[in-house]
Design a protein around this ligand. Structure first.
Ligand SMILES: [Zn+2]
Ligand SMILES: [Zn+2]
Length: 479
C-alpha cells in the first residue's frame, strides 16, 4: 500500500513537472514563439511603413505607428528626443542591464516601386524603401516587445529600450541622439540590417567625413578688367588639383569624392563665389582625421595661392563600426539555431524573375536557406550606427530579406521589402535579436565580455562627434 502510494506520488509529480515544463518553455522558445504568434501583425506594420515611404526626418507617420505599437505593448515612449521630431526612445522595466534595440524607418528618394519583379514605380520619382528600413524598424520592435514580455513574465530586473532613429540615409539621426547623451547608460545595442544573405558579422565599414568648401573672390569683367578680379573658381580648381595629386599618397583603402557644387554664374564674370562638396572615407576614423586635415590644408593653400578666402562647413561624419566578436558570436549561434528561409513556389518564381533583372554574377538562389559563416570583411559603405558602436558595445546582423543578388538602394530591394520574402527575412532577424536579448539578460557574463572587448578595441580613442555643435539638418530631404 505504502509502496503503491509512493509510486503514485512519484508518477503524479512527474506528470506535474512535465505539465509545468510544457507550460513554461525555455526562454528562447518563448520569445521566438511570441514573435511568430504576431507574424501577421508585424507584417502589417512593415507593409504600412513601406507604403508611407517617408524620407529622412520626414518620417512622421512611420515613427507615430511604431510609437503607438510600443506604447500599446507597455513601453513608455519619449517622443521628439535630441531636437528631432521623428526620433524617440521607448523604454520598459527598470535598472540594469539596459539593452537597446535599434530601429530605422526612413526611405530613399526616387526608389518607389511596386512589389513586382519588374521596374514599376508606385509613383514615378517618389521615395521607396530601397534599403529595407521598413523591415529594420519593425523587426527591432518585434524583438524588443518579445524580450519585454519574457522579462515581465519571469519577473526579471532590467530595462529594454527601443531607439527610434530617423534619417539613417544621410541625415545621421543616431549621431545627434548619441550627442544628446541618449545612449550613455546602455549596456549593449542590438541591431541588424536587411540584406541578401543570413550572416552575423565581426567586420566593419568605412568612416566618412563630408563638407562644403566655400571660396570667396572678387567679381570683375572677365575680359575688360580681369586684373581687378580674383576667381573663386580658380581656388576650387586648385584645391581639386592638389587633392587629386594627394590620392597617390594616402592609404589604399581611402576614398575621396567631390563635385563642384557651385562654379560661378557666367563665364564672362570672374566668379566671386565657388564651392566644392567633398566626401572622404577610410576604415579608421583616426586615419581619416589625418587625411581630412590634409584636404583642409589643400583648401587653405588654394585660397592663399589665388588671393581668395575659404570657409568650410562640415555636413556630417560617421565613425567606422567598432565590431564586437563576442556579441557577433551570440547572434551567429542564434541565427544557426533558427536556420535560413524557405521560399514557397510563388516566392521562388518571383525570385527567379527578379534575378533576371540584375547584372551578374549574382549570389545563387537557394543561398537564402543557408546561414553564411561569420564575415570579418570591410563593407565599403558608412552608417551612423558607427557612432553608437564607439559609445556602446554594438552588434549587427543581416538576413536575406532580399532575393539573393539584390543590392541595397535599388528598386529590386524596394520590391522585396513590400512582399512576403522581405517579411520572412524580417521575422528571422527579429527572432535572432530576441534570442540575443535573452542571452544578455540571462547571463551577465555576456555583457561583461562584450564590455571588455569594447574597451580593448576602443583603446585610448576619445569619441568626439564629427558634427560638432551642428543642429540636426531636419530639412535635408526637403530641397
Ligand atoms: Zn541605405
Ligand atoms: Zn540601410
Amino acid at each position: 500500500m505504502k509502496t503503491k502510494r509512493v509510486a503514485f506520488f512519484l508518477l503524479a509529480s512527474l506528470l506535474l513537472s512535465l505539465g509545468a515544463s510544457a507550460q513554461r518553455p525555455d526562454a528562447g522558445t518563448q520569445v521566438v514563439d511570441s514573435i511568430e504568434a504576431q507574424h501577421q501583425a508585424y507584417a502589417d506594420v512593415a507593409l504600412q511603413i513601406w507604403k508611407f515611404a517617408e524620407t529622412g526626418y520626414q518620417e512622421v507617420k512611420s515613427s507615430a505607428l511604431l510609437e503607438a505599437r510600443l506604447a500599446a505593448a507597455g513601453f513608455s515612449v519619449q517622443k521628439g528626443v535630441a531636437d528631432i521630431p521623428t526620433a524617440f526612445v521607448a523604454s520598459y522595466g527598470s535598472g540594469k542591464p539596459i539593452i537597446a534595440f535599434i530601429g530605422e524607418y526612413d526611405a530613399l528618394p526616387g526608389l518607389s516601386q511596386e512589389a513586382v519583379p519588374e521596374r514599376k514605380p508606385v509613383m514615378t520619382g517618389a521615395p521607396g524603401h530601397g534599403c529595407g528600413h521598413n523591415l529594420l524598424g519593425t523587426a527591432a520592435m518585434a524583438a524588443a516587445v518579445a524580450v519585454k514580455d519574457w522579462l515581465a513574465s519571469d519577473h526579471r530586473q532590467g530595462t529594454v529600450r527601443y531607439y527610434g532613429t530617423p534619417a539613417e540615409e544621410g541625415g545621421e539621426g543616431k549621431i545627434y541622439m548619441v550627442r544628446a547623451g541618449l545612449f550613455r547608460d546602455v549596456d549593449v545595442a542590438v541591431s541588424w540590417h536587411p540584406g541578401d544573405s543570413n550572416q552575423a558579422s565581426t567586420g566593419s565599414n568605412l568612416a566618412n567625413i563630408s563638407a562644403k568648401f566655400r571660396f570667396h573672390g572678387i567679381a570683375a569683367h572677365a575680359a575688360a578688367a580681369p586684373d581687378k578680379g580674383r576667381s573663386a573658381l580658380d581656388a576650387v580648381e586648385a584645391m581639386d588639383m592638389m587633392v587629386n595629386l594627394m590620392r597617390e599618397h594616402v592609404p589604399q583603402e581611402t576614398r575621396i569624392h567631390y563635385i563642384i557644387s557651385n562654379g560661378g554664374a557666367a563665364p564672362n564674370v570672374v566668379p566671386d563665389f565657388a564651392e566644392a562638396y567633398y566626401i572622404a572615407r577610410h576604415p579608421d576614423m583616426q586615419v581619416l582625421d589625418g587625411i581630412w586635415q590634409r584636404i583642409t590644408d589643400a583648401a587653405k593653400g588654394a585660397a592663399l595661392g589665388t588671393s581668395t578666402t575659404m570657409d568650410m562647413e562640415i555636413l556630417g561624419g560617421d565613425y567606422n563600426v567598432l565590431p564586437n566578436s563576442h556579441l557577433s558570436g551570440l547572434q551567429n549561434k542564434n541565427l544557426q539555431r533558427l536556420g535560413g528561409l524557405k521560399y514557397t513556389n510563388e516566392e521562388r518564381a518571383f525570385a527567379e524573375a527578379l534575378q533576371k533583372t540584375m547584372l551578374g554574377p549574382v549570389r545563387p538562389l537557394g543561398s537564402e536557406e543557408k546561414i553564411q559563416p561569420q564575415s570579418s570583411s570591410i563593407t565599403p559603405a558608412s552608417t551612423d550606427l558607427g557612432d553608437v558602436s564607439w559609445n556602446v558595445p554594438t552588434v549587427g546582423l543581416t538576413t536575406a530579406t532580399w532575393v539573393p543578388g539584390t543590392s541595397a538602394h535599388t528598386w529590386q530591394a524596394t520590391a522585396c521589402g513590400g512582399m512576403t520574402i522581405g517579411i520572412k527575412g524580417m521575422m528571422l532577424a527579429a527572432k535572432t535579436m530576441a534570442l540575443t536579448g535573452v542571452d544578455l539578460f540571462s547571463d551577465p557574463s555576456n555583457i561583461q565580455k562584450a564590455r571588455a572587448e569594447f574597451e580593448q578595441r576602443k583603446g585610448n580613442v576619445t569619441y568626439k562627434p564629427v558634427i560638432g555643435d551642428r543642429k540636426p539638418p531636419l530639412d535635408y530631404r526637403k530641397q
